[in-house]
Write a protein that binds this ligand. Structure first.
Ligand SMILES: O=P(O)(O)OC[C@H]1O[C@H](O)[C@H](O)[C@@H](O)[C@@H]1O
Length: 619
């Protein structure tokens, strides 16, 4: 878990864990239940460049090239390994793509597409409207090198915000900013409230980089599940009084986050605490959340920028953010290379294209062999799937693109933070990966340093615990390859803020380049907006159902209604199934709703409210 101490100091790269707080800063803007244009007009330079090239489909070449099968001769394989091995010396990061079977012919075929993708990326970094549907620039690369920002004002905003966050964190650590009910004490807990990009990055980084015994522990509310929220609040217990609540929402109107905030505020009221003295808002200026925090006088407010998407907002303040930014910036420099072999993000994009036939025909399985990187796959799931999973390309053609991402950690499932992970054993994964349906390629994440220097010991002659982990990774990689299962291996020396920053930057760039290769907008999420809109419609229907039932229940005698009658009176006969689900859910939650009949035979149901609300009826 993350903590607040020493936030902005630069840390030696060998220090294994860092006392830092996660305060995500720069997020994408999205509205609660907004309607967004689904149009796929070709506005960007990125679109124009790649659109023509996308017409030359490489799938034919792919099929031909794939007929040869994977290289199995050990000598030839070693040559391929050495020939293609990418190394970033300063970062100590390696990328091995030798176990992806692309041919020279394929690489040559892809070369012009990559040049177009590099050009599009260059334009994006210079401030082109690279997210045409939303008419937005895409500026997450500027966060790690403010000088790249296309306008001086943006540069100032980036630098000022980073300084402000660092100062705030220092003040919390030093006790200068303290909880009001603990005048002598300090904040001991952080409760982070946010969802999607406003939760996954901080969760991943907190898990990867937090020290063993942090002075401030961090926990998350990232859903609108009342049970989950109650659990977090209950675990805080009396420490609620020394909890800093960080509410993160770029749009400032995301319903799940709003609900989390309301629930936490209620818990504060019930404990006799003043929430405003312990609340921090991280959101776009003048959003609903920003205005609430300002009016209520919360402890602090930090801005997010319109031009950074939630899923690319990982370069957030906290966890020695400056070191993470250095790692990301170094990776950004490397991934600007226009030479495919020298550009690790381009190599990844090449592998993805090859493995997935450029149409997402295979899934990306992420297997980090390091407990602290467990959440990397979940983080990448959002980054890759929200960016690449698109119905239309930039020319408006229906393409239904995407790559499915899932993962676990090697080599066991122990010490996982939640039940989802506990039930999934890597061994069950490997059984299917090696022998089952061949619908994936693997990415191994290898960390060379097992323990901090001086802490290792041999549990068998010549063998350490970490040697076992290493053996498991290498063995699994070989066993998969022997059965024609392709893999990529990313190797880092150790898990540090710098290497985590580099990994995030590597994947952000790979996603951007791949999107250009397949000619899609990686920076919007119309599908998510559609889901949010539909959720809003369900809640609106629920209100109508309640009004109809209230009216019938205020009659003398009370008039129980069948589902068909409710649907008719709501003027929504086509929504009868949804009305049934709404009633079923309310009935299960003691909502003064009485359903007579058998819920398993919906047509037998007659529904009315246990109490009639005359005020509402005549409102
Ligand atoms: O930060 P917020 O505006 O609250 O948005 C939170 C999340 O909402 C949706 O799920 C979007 O698709 C994500 O990209 C975003 O990160």
């Amino acid at each position: 878990m993350a903590s607040l101490s020493g936030l902005c100091s630069s840390s030696p790269s060998l220090k294994p864990k860092h006392d830092r707080v996660v305060i995500p800063l720069f997020h994408k803007y999205s509205l609660a239940f907004p309607t967004r244009s689904n149009s796929c007009s070709k506005l960007s330079v990125a679109g124009e460049v790649s659109a023509d090239l996308s017409k030359t489909n490489s799938v034919g070449v792919l099929k031909k090239a794939k007929q040869g099968g994977l290289e199995k001769d050990p000598k030839a394989l070693w040559r391929r390994y050495v020939d293609w091995l990418y190394q970033h010396k300063e970062l100590g990061l390696y990328l091995d793509v030798s176990r992806i079977g692309f041919s020279d012919e394929f690489v040559a075929e892809m070369e012009p597409r990559f040049q177009a993708a590099f050009k599009a990326m260059e334009d994006l970094e210079k401030g082109a409207i690279a997210n045409p549907d939303e008419g937005r620039m895409v500026g997450h690369y500027w966060l790690r090198n403010a000088k790249l920002a296309p306008k001086p004002i943006l540069q100032v905003q980036i630098e000022k915000t980073l300084d402000a966050v660092c100062k705030f964190a220092d003040d919390v650590i030093s006790g200068k900013i303290k909880p009001p009910s603990y005048p002598e004490g300090r904040f001991t807990q952080i409760l982070s409230v946010g969802i999607g990009g406003s939760a996954l990055g901080p969760q991943f980084v907190a898990e990867a980089l937090a020290p063993d015994n942090p002075p401030l522990k961090i926990r998350f509310i990232d859903n609108t599940d009342p049970g989950g929220i109650d659990h977090q609040v209950a675990q805080l217990g009396p420490e609620l009084a020394s909890t800093l609540v960080i509410v993160i929402s770029k749009s400032g109107g995301t319903p799940e986050t709003r609900n989390g905030l309301l629930e936490v505020q209620k818990a504060f009221r019930e404990a006799g605490l003043d929430f405003s003295k312990q609340g921090v808002a991280i959101t776009q200026e003048n959003s609903l959340l920003d205005n609430t925090a300002r009016i209520e006088g919360w402890v602090a407010r930090f801005p997010m920028f319109d031009w950074v998407g939630g899923r690319t907002s990982e370069m957030s303040a906290g966890i020695d953010i400056r070191e993470m930014l250095v790692g990301a910036s170094m990776m950004d420099n490397a991934t600007r290379s226009r030479v495919l072999k020298d550009n690790p993000a381009a190599l990844l994009a090449l592998c993805w294209y090859w493995a997935c036939d450029g149409v997402g025909s295979k899934d990306m399985v992420i297997l980090p062999y390091k407990d602290s990187l467990l959440l990397f796959s979940r983080y990448l799931q959002q980054l890759v799937m929200e960016s690449l999973g698109k119905e239309f390309d930039l020319d408006g053609n229906r393409v239904n693109q995407g790559i499915s991402v899932y993962g676990n950690k090697g080599s066991t499932d122990q010490h996982a933070p939640d039940a989802t992970f506990r039930v999934l054993s890597i061994y069950s994964y490997i059984q299917q990966l090696r022998e089952g349906v061949h619908n994936f390629f693997v990415t191994f994440i290898e960390v060379l340093r097992d323990r901090p220097p001086g802490h290792d010991w041999e549990l068998e002659p010549g063998v350490t615990c970490g040697d076992y982990l290493f053996g498991m990774l290498q063995g699994t990689r070989s066993a998969l390859y022997a059965n024609d299962r392709e893999s990529v291996t990313v190797t880092v020396q150790e898990v540090t803020p710098r290497s985590v920053g580099a990994l995030v930057a590597l994947y952000e760039r790979a996603v951007g380049l791949y999107a250009s290769l397949v000619n899609i907008n990686a920076y919007h999420q119309p599908g998510v907006e559609a889901g949010k809109k539909a959720a809003g419609e369900v809640l609106a229907l629920q209100k109508r159902v309640l009004a109809v039932l209230n009216e019938a229940s205020c009659k003398e005698p009370v008039e129980p209604l069948t589902l068909e009658e409710v649907a008719e009176r709501c003027h929504a006969p086509e929504d009868i199934e949804m009305i049934y689900k709404i009633i079923e859910h309310m009935a299960a939650n003691d909502r003064a709703l009485i359903a007579e009949g058998d819920c398993g035979s919906p047509n037998s149901l007659k529904v009315f409210l246990g109490e009639c609300n005359l005020d509402e009826l005549y409102a």
